[in-house]
Design a protein around this ligand. Structure first.
Ligand code: NAP
Length: 440
């Protein structure tokens, strides 16, 4: 039975995602009404440029966002403008006026999650953001609802399609970073200014959101340790292959226990070697995947399209239907859970495995000197490879040593690398990457 009273919706933004959301609201009106129990009615669409050619009736368009989100006939505001302002102001105003809010804005959520969640709590309305992490892939709702009775240990994923495309290209063609980035731009996967993607800011924002939910602790983008992919070389990719691995930009959120038995949250983003047999190694191109490890559930993997207008709109309209159902039933969905308030672990506390590549003098005894430095800092070596380095004419001009370690604290590894760089036998430490997903 349909409720006579419609649910009024305001959509802010009519770009890649907003235009798809408006299309779904209109094309699937009857189905959505049946699922919600009341018709969804689009009250207005907020844009910068109000014009006749925007694909929605002109009377729905407005550039007066404040007026739109305050209207009495609007129940739910869908924010798809990005980035931080004016989205933050618009969402806070909507919440103050008692509207439920759906947003895909990871940049805003990873900075202002507390402020927005507090405002939603004061107004006793929903704040949903499934699309903010990994586009179409359901990962927020599984973490907040399906796993609400379990203890999440780790969430690790590939949550940025641009960098995954670039690294997949480097791996499959042997090309360098600049060429792979140029390809990503030509195909529309990379923006004109790719910094947010390639330097890991976008992945760090998503890590902050995932860590907050998984560990019931407010984590912001500033709490996330971050390294990007712009220093990855074809030599790194080739060495990774020789070791049976591929390089992926990972967002890792982990519950760690200190030597004193205290629980902490680690959230970090960096390019890492992943064994080719690991499920994340097979995620190629612009696809995303998130692996969740929980105490009772074990390992769960979520895979799919992490961006794009229509895939992202799927997650947004899913949230919209949930928020509308709650309105019709006079209820609310799950609110922010932050009771654990675990401290954030510094990167030096992390224990993982490492790949260290260095150019060395091509003479006897160098390997033992290098190995002694690792031993001195109690970093145990699992594997060493030595290769000749040739010039353009194929003449051997030096040697490269690649060391793969067993698990060691990040602090010990940093000290080892600093000491290696000071050795006469080491011309330069070319690259230091982590090795994840080996389970040892
Ligand atoms: P977009 O294509 O750039 O569209 C942004 C829209 O917002 C435009 O219609 C623009 O109006 C409107 N807008 C921007 N500033 C405004 C202002 N000050 N006042 C009124 N309207 C304003 O962006 P998008 O790709 O759809 O992304 C929207 C949000 O979804 C962002 O937060 C993004 O991070 C998130 N998201 C996107 C994807 C994706 O694949 N695109 C995936 C996940 C999450 P005009 O059209 O008039 O300029």
């Amino acid at each position: 039975m349909l409720n006579e009273e419609p649910v009024g919706v305001a959509v802010l933004g009519l770009g890649n995602v907003g235009s798809e959301v408006v299309r779904i609201i209109e094309d699937s009106a009857d189905d959505l009404a049946a699922r919600i129990g009341a018709p969804l009615v689009l009250r207005g669409v907020g844009v910068r440029r109000v014009a006749a050619d925007r694909g929605v009736p002109a009377e729905l368009l407005t550039d007066n966002i404040e007026e739109l989100v305050s209207r009495d006939d609007v129940d739910i505001v869908v924010e798809l403008m990005g980035p931080v302002e004016p989205a933050r102001k618009a969402i806070l105003l909507a919440l103050e006026h008692g509207k439920s809010v759906v947003t895909a804005n990871k940049a805003l959520l990873s900075r202002s999650t507390g402020e927005l969640a507090d405002a939603a709590e004061r107004a006793r309305v929903d704040l949903y953001f499934e699309a903010a992490v990994a586009g179409a892939i359901p990962v927020i709702r599984p973490l907040t609802q399906s796993l609400a009775g379990d203890t999440v240990r780790r969430v690790a994923g590939i949550v940025n399609g641009t960098t995954n495309y670039i690294l997949s290209e480097m791996d499959s063609t042997g090309t360098d970073y600049a060429s792979a980035l140029a390809d990503a731009r030509a195909l529309g996967y990379a923006e004109a200014d790719p910094t947010a993607d390639v330097e890991g800011f976008d992945a760090a924002a998503k890590a902050a959101i995932l860590a907050s939910i998984a560990f019931h602790t407010r984590v912001t983008a500033d709490d996330v340790y971050r390294e990007g992919i712009s220093n990855i070389t074809p030599d790194d990719v080739a060495s990774a292959r020789a070791l049976g691995c591929t390089i992926k930009l990972l967002s890792i959120c982990e519950r760690i226990t200190t030597a004193e038995g205290q629980q902490r949250v680690s959230a970090r983003v960096y390019p890492a070697l992943v064994p080719s047999s690991h499920p994340l190694a097979t995620v190629n191109g612009a696809f995303n995947a998130v692996v969740v490890e929980a105490e009772a559930a074990g390992r769960l993997m979520f895979y799919g399209q992490g961006a794009g207008g229509a895939p992202t709109a799927s997650a947004v309209t899913g949230d919209l239907v949930m928020a509308a159902r709650n309105r019709v039933q006079g209820s609310r969905g799950p609110r922010e859970s932050k009771y654990a308030q675990l401290p954030i672990a510094p990167i030096g506390d992390i224990v993982t495995r490492y790949y260290v590549s260095m150019d060395v003098a091509d003479k006897p005894g160098v390997l033992s000197t290098v190995a002694a430095e690792f031993a001195q800092h109690e970093v145990s070596i699992a594997e060493v490879r030595q290769e000749g380095v040739a010039d353009e004419d194929g003449r051997r001009v030096g040697a490269r040593v690649v060391v793969v370690t067993h698990r060691a604290p990040e602090a010990a590894l940093s000290e080892t690398v600093a000491a290696l760089a000071d050795l006469d036998a080491v011309q330069r430490v070319a690259s230091v990457l982590r090795l994840e997903g080996t389970g040892q």
